[in-house]
Design a protein. Sequence first.
Length: 117
Amino acid sequence: MAHHAERAPQQDAVSALIEQGRTAGTLRDDLTVADVHLLVGGLSGIIRTGSGDRRRFLDLAFDGLRPRRGRTDGPRRLPLIRVPAGARRAGLRGRSGSPPRGSPGPGASSGRRRRAG
């Protein structure tokens, strides 16, 4: 229970900052406290694991926080992409069948690349 009691003042403070940003026209109108928690959690994970470029993450995050000119239809939702079970076992694959950029792909742990043919 103490955890929730400590969280309320933090949420109130974040909410007040969001409202100030909206009023000033520097934050998008549909930004929520939950969105800020998602961003902080993502950054925390990058820092904790050393698994990404935190400056790139922040650059993208800050761009996403800015008001969207000419859009009034609420938050944009990206479509979910279903990954076939076989692809999960072999490593995530993009639509082209190749691994996502930056991932080693099959055979990478042995240091050998498969030849086409």
